[in-house]
Every structure is written in C-alpha cells, then in structure tokens.
Design a protein around this ligand. Structure first.
Ligand code: FEO
Length: 403
C-alpha cells in the first residue's frame, strides 16, 4: 500500500519511515526513528532522486509504482551511495529495465563495489553538468565528504529545489508531517537534527562549509534532504545552525557536566558544582551520567554548549573508560573551540585529571582548560569547598567573556 506526499505539483516524496531499527549505522540509538527520503519528479521524463534502505524497500517500491501510475522510470539520480539510500538501486533497475542511472564517476565505482548491475545504464555527470527532464533542468554539484567522497547534490534550477543528500538531514520518523513548517522544529526536532549532523558528518565541518558556500550562490526555494523534514520556509534558520555546527561554534553559552561515578562520590561533586553555579545565577547547566547516556547524545550536547566539565573517577590508573570513549569521539568528530574544566577522583592515586588535561591539550584544537580543578580523594567534602567555589567562579567569569 502506498504512502506518498506531494512536495510540489510534479514532485512527490516516495520515501519511507523506519521505526524498528535500534541503532543507526549499528551504533547510534534512534528511539525517534528515521526517515529515508526519496523524491520522484513527473516531468516529460520521470526522474527518481535516490532510493532507500533495504529495510523499507517494499514500501518504497509501492510508492514509486503508485506515483508512476504505469509510466516508465526514465532516470534514477544517485546523490549518495551509502546503503541507507542506495540499497534499493538494484530493485529499481530490475523492475525498470528502461531506467538510466545519473551519477558521478566515484559513485559508479562504489555501485560496482556494492555489486549493483549498472553496466550499460550509466549517464556520468561532472561538477556543474545539467540534465533536462522536460520543463525541469537539474544541475549536479559535488559535495565531497558530506558525507562520503562521492556525495553530490542536485539542484533543480527551474523550481529551486535542492536535493541535498545527507546535508540538512535529521534523525526522526516523519509521522505524516513531511515539511519542517508542519512541526515545531525548534522544540521537537532540533536535538535530533543536531545529533544526526554532529555524529554522522561532524568530522567534515570544512566540507560542509564548502557546500554552504556553493549553496550561497544559488536561489534555493526548497531543501529536500535524504533524512527528516523538507524545508520550504525559514531556510535561514536551519542554514545558520549548519553553519555554526560545521564551524564548531557553540550554539549557546552554557555548561555541560558529564560525570563518571562508580559509587556516587564523583556525582556528588558534579551536583555540588551545578548547584553552586545555579546559586550564582548560572542556570544554563545540563548534567549527564556518562554510564547511562549514549555518547551520541553527549556529542550533540557538546556541540551545542560552550563549556564542558568532565568529572571522572580514576580507573586502573587511567581515565574512566566511558569518559575516554567520549573524549575519543570528540577527537574523531573534530570538536574544537570549547572551554573545559576537570573534576577528578582517586582514592590512592588520582590520575584522571592529568590524563584528561593531556588529552585535551594534545588531541583537540582551540581548547581552553580552566586552571581550577576539583580533586577528590574518595569523597566530596568540606576540604573541597575552596576548589568548588573557585571553579564555579572561574566558569562564570569565562562564560561572561565575549565571543
Ligand atoms: Fe544517510 Fe551518509 O547516508
């Protein structure tokens, strides 16, 4: 049974929602689901933009055939080869022997690597090439590393629709509402969008910047990403978010406290710091237990906020493993331009603080680490009061600075 939506008079969303998958890319939890978007243009020729993940292929095929309504599928445009979008290429080609695949050289190489049967059906395009489907002319623009090297975007110069591949995507199933202006995006979607972008493409900020620069030269009216809602209003809101995330600039000033605590003593220090900050008027403070928060959520919050307090017990004379994992993810995703503070605990040899400091100094770029540190020997108590006061003041002073 079909489930489609009209995007414009002659463009249809023919994608599908996935609500059964626990882990996107088998690593990131998606309790809110995810959509795999595909778009079908009914011009003098018909053109399908990207396919979907294998898990939702049946729904997708029903959608495509319903919208085609017996017409041939003349073209399949492939912007991105990751299997969450490309897995159903062969199914389309099997059902439509008339279809020609439009994509670039690297994408065709990947299609062969994945075993797709494309020989004799390829129309290779290069940066800036165009194809006309009748009334609509579409230009192809390379977007390497957003999110794979073959990625490109397709821009319909006739109606201003940008088929943006992974760019401007979000986690979250669409629940019938295709357009960003049909939901309260800033309230209900922005956290999913940030978690998607920062964890999936966060490493490639300069490449996103390059794409934004190209996008700035064209008159975009509609953004059709491969995940999440379609944008037809307030494009500037989302473009500004993408600009910030890809420049590694925080969205807002505030304190993220991530703590690792085995018996509650390090957590007590983290609680005391949050409380002291609130007493001093700083209420933009968010606390997370590293042991029960998936690192993708921590990364998203780290991209959102300007200041990060890492509170870690010493474990096997090292950093608590889950804090270490979080630090490694920050490095992998190129996080930079943040201010950090450290709380450490160790009953006989507190080492975590120095090791965290060393990691931050050597592995991340444009990082400030506040000199004030709280060191616990087993538990948080009166002896730590001066350090607590000093760190709270230091954070507030740093938060009050320009920039
Ligand atoms: Fe949604 Fe890079 O694929």
């Amino acid at each position: 049974m079909h489930c489609v939506r009209k995007v414009t008079d002659d463009l249809y969303w023919v994608g599908a929602n996935e609500r059964r998958l626990a882990l996107f890319e088998n690593i990131h939890p998606i309790p809110e689901g995810v959509s795999y978007n595909s778009y079908l243009l009914l011009d003098k020729k018909t053109a399908l933009f990207d396919t979907v993940d294998w898990a939702v292929c049946r729904q997708f095929l029903d959608n495509v055939e319903y919208v085609l309504n017996g017409r041939p599928l003349d073209y399949l445009v492939i912007n991105h080869l990751e299997p969450d979008h490309a897995a159903s290429i062969d199914e389309i080609l099997l059902r439509h022997p008339e279809t020609v695949v439009i994509s670039n050289e690297k994408a065709f190489m990947f299609m062969r690597q994945f075993g797709f049967h494309i020989d004799g059906r390829m129309d290779e395009v290069k940066e800036g090439d165009t194809r006309s489907f009748g009334n609509h002319t579409v230009a192809f623009v390379y977007a390497p590393m957003v999110h794979w090297p073959e990625a490109m975007v397709s821009f319909d110069v006739t109606n201003g629709a940008l088929f943006s591949a992974d760019a401007f995507g979000s986690f979250g199933s669409l629940d019938g509402k295709l357009f960003a202006d049909e939901v309260d995006f800033d309230r209900d979607w922005i956290d999913s969008a940030r978690r998607y972008l920062t964890n999936i493409v966060g490493k490639y900020g300069p490449h996103i910047q390059a794409l934004l620069k190209k996008a700035g030269t064209i008159d975009i009216k509609l953004v059709c990403p491969l995940h999440g809602p379609v944008w037809r209003k307030d494009l500037g809101y989302f473009i500004e978010k993408y600009d910030k995330w890809s420049r590694y600039e925080p969205e807002e000033k505030g304190v993220l406290i991530v703590y690792a605590s085995m018996y509650g003593n390090t957590e007590a220090a983290a609680n005391a710091l949050a409380t002291r900050l609130a007493e001093k008027g700083m209420n933009k403070v968010w606390m997370y237990d590293v042991s029960n928060t998936h690192v993708s959520y921590l990364i998203s919050e780290t991209f959102r906020l300007s200041h990060v307090v890492l509170a870690s017990v010493t474990y096997n004379l090292g950093i608590y493993p889950l804090i270490h994992n979080y630090l490694m993810d920050m490095k992998a995703l190129n996080l930079q331009k943040r201010t950090f503070a450290i709380i450490e605990n160790g009953s006989w040899a507190p080492k975590a603080g120095d090791l965290i400091q060393e990691f931050l100094d050597n592995e991340l770029k444009e990082i400030t680490v506040l000199n004030d540190r709280i060191t616990l020997n087993s538990s948080f108590g009166e002896l730590n009061e001066p350090e607590l006061e000093s760190l709270a003041n230091s954070l507030i002073e740093s938060l009050s600075q320009e920039g």
